[in-house]
Design a protein around this ligand. Structure first.
Ligand SMILES: [Ca+2]
Ligand SMILES: [Ca+2]
Ligand SMILES: [Ca+2]
Ligand SMILES: [Zn+2]
Length: 467
């Protein structure tokens, strides 16, 4: 779901400039229920495109043409004297930048911006002030809004016509230029988008934080939890904020705000979980068609038997925002071809990407007693058509065919699964074995005899390849 390009262009001033557009993915096509080759293909291409080193088809010529259109010049793609002259015009000659490694940063702490638009100006001003604040909270930078005078960062909204490079609704949402003279640092939003201040259209706040990151010199991040991740992914249940990765990268360029409690403090910015963490404990694990999915916070890993590589992605990149973060339990009912998510007292069932009608339901609709406030783990056994719900030290058995709880439950977990005395945090069936997770450990049992074979680590199914 990633479309971006990375276009360095050396200007006459020797300043490295780049326009970094943020695009939106087309909504995923609904997959047919059941395993689908197309879905597999989609997942694979997602992974292959999810790489910041990928370069797009646009070349330097296209970039020059884009800029020429922007300045109302003949889009020849050649850096003519006229083009250079226009770019050198003192329309915003305040910049003071320097090269740092592969990127460029502002050499000053006070950076000015100006909003060159009339529509929704007061609301947009407020949104932009909030977006700049996220960056100034963690760095010594200060952002000033200028009204009448020139600024380092000009912010425009413009639309799809002959003099602009935007593409109408969808596709490219916005782009920004790296710090520099003139157009450097400027941020352009596609005014054909349905910009919103909530989740009804494209959230301006989320896109502004990302573009402002570029205007400060940041490139894209391959961390799906980062604001600088190159795909638009706004989740109404999650207020956009800088991730650990964003903060680390911006502080590398500008240093640390003295009021910012450091990255090593007890409450650091949100960090994307890593499968290489030996203490990683999954919220839930499930099979999904041929894959195994491991859930943690807003994220998941997808393990396909044919692919060595597993990458972390946002849960919301596959399912709509309806599926909450920090899930309690997930299982796949292969008979009905639905995947069922549990969080607190609620259950969601999805067929493909579609919420099954009637959901979300309360967990009591499964016949769990009212005293059960949440399910710790769930496990569907294909052979018997039973789903086991683990709650504390006990488990329940649910008959999927009759939609009723089995009699004689709850039972103590360690009565069936010998040695399983700690809480079951996630559960999975694979290759004829039942795996019960308890924190970072995984207990391997014979399917129904309850005989314990091995105690393994999480890395058994989700190997850490980055040492
Ligand atoms: Ca500028
Ligand atoms: Ca667009
Ligand atoms: Ca759990
Ligand atoms: Zn970007």
């Amino acid at each position: 779901m990633l479309w971006f390009y990375f276009l360095p262009l050396v200007m006459s001033s020797q300043t490295l400039m780049m326009a970094l557009p943020l695009r939106i993915a087309d909504l995923p096509k609904k997959p047919p229920p059941g395993p689908s080759a197309a879905e597999r293909q989609k997942r694979t291409t997602d992974i292959s495109k999810d790489d910041d080193s990928t370069t797009g088809s646009c070349d330097k010529k296209t970039k020059v043409q884009e800029m020429q259109r922007y300045f109302g010049l003949l889009p020849s793609g050649e850096l003519t004297e006229e083009t250079l002259a226009v770019m050198k015009k003192p329309r915003c000659g305040l910049s003071d930048v320097e090269q740092v490694g592969e990127t460029v940063r502002w050499k000053k702490k006070r950076i000015s911006y100006r909003l060159e638009t009339i529509k929704l100006i007061s609301v947009a001003q407020k949104v932009f002030r909030r977006a700049w604040k996220l960056w100034s909270n963690v760095t010594p930078l200060k952002f000033r809004n200028r009204i009448m005078t020139v600024a380092d960062i000009d912010i425009f909204f413009y639309n799809h016509n002959d003099s602009s490079p935007f593409d109408g609704r969808g596709g490219v949402l916005a782009h920004a230029f790296m710090p520099g003279l003139h157009i450097g640092g400027d941020v352009h939003f596609d005014s054909d988008e349905d910009w919103s201040f909530n989740s009804t259209g494209i959230n301006l706040f989320a896109v502004a934080i990302h573009e402002f990151g570029h205007a400060l010199g940041l490139s894209h991040s391959s961390d799906p939890g980062a604001i600088m991740y190159p795909a638009y992914n706004f989740d109404p249940n999650y207020e956009p904020q800088l991730s650990f990765d964003d903060v680390k990268n911006i502080q590398k360029l500008y240093g640390v705000n003295p009021n910012f409690t450091s990255l090593t403090s007890k409450r650091p910015p949100p960090k994307t979980p890593t499968k290489c963490d030996p203490y990683l404990s999954f919220d839930a694990v499930t099979e999904l068609q041929q894959e195994v999915l491991f859930f943690k916070d807003r994220f998941m890993w997808r393990k396909h038997p044919e692919f060595e590589e597993t990458r972390v992605s946002l849960i919301s990149s596959l399912w709509p925002d309806t599926v909450p973060a920090n899930l309690d339990a997930v299982y796949e009912n292969t008979w009905e071809n639905v995947v069922v998510f549990f969080k607190d007292q609620k259950v969601w069932a999805f067929s493909g990407y579609d919420l099954v009608s009637g959901y979300p339901k309360p967990i009591s609709s499964f016949g769990l007693p009212k005293t059960v406030k949440r399910v710790d783990a769930a496990l569907y056994d294909e052979q018997s058509g039973k789903t086991l719900f683990f709650v504390g030290s006990e488990y329940y058995s649910y008959n999927e065919a009759t939609k009723k709880m089995d009699k004689g439950f709850p039972k103590q977990v360690d009565e069936t699964f010998l040695g399983m005395t700690s809480k079951v945090t996630a559960a999975l069936q694979q290759g004829g074995y039942t795996y019960l997770y308890s924190g970072p450990q995984m207990f391997e049992y014979a399917m129904w005899s309850g005989r314990l074979y091995r105690v393994l680590r999480n890395s058994y199914f989700l190997p850490c390849t980055k040492y």
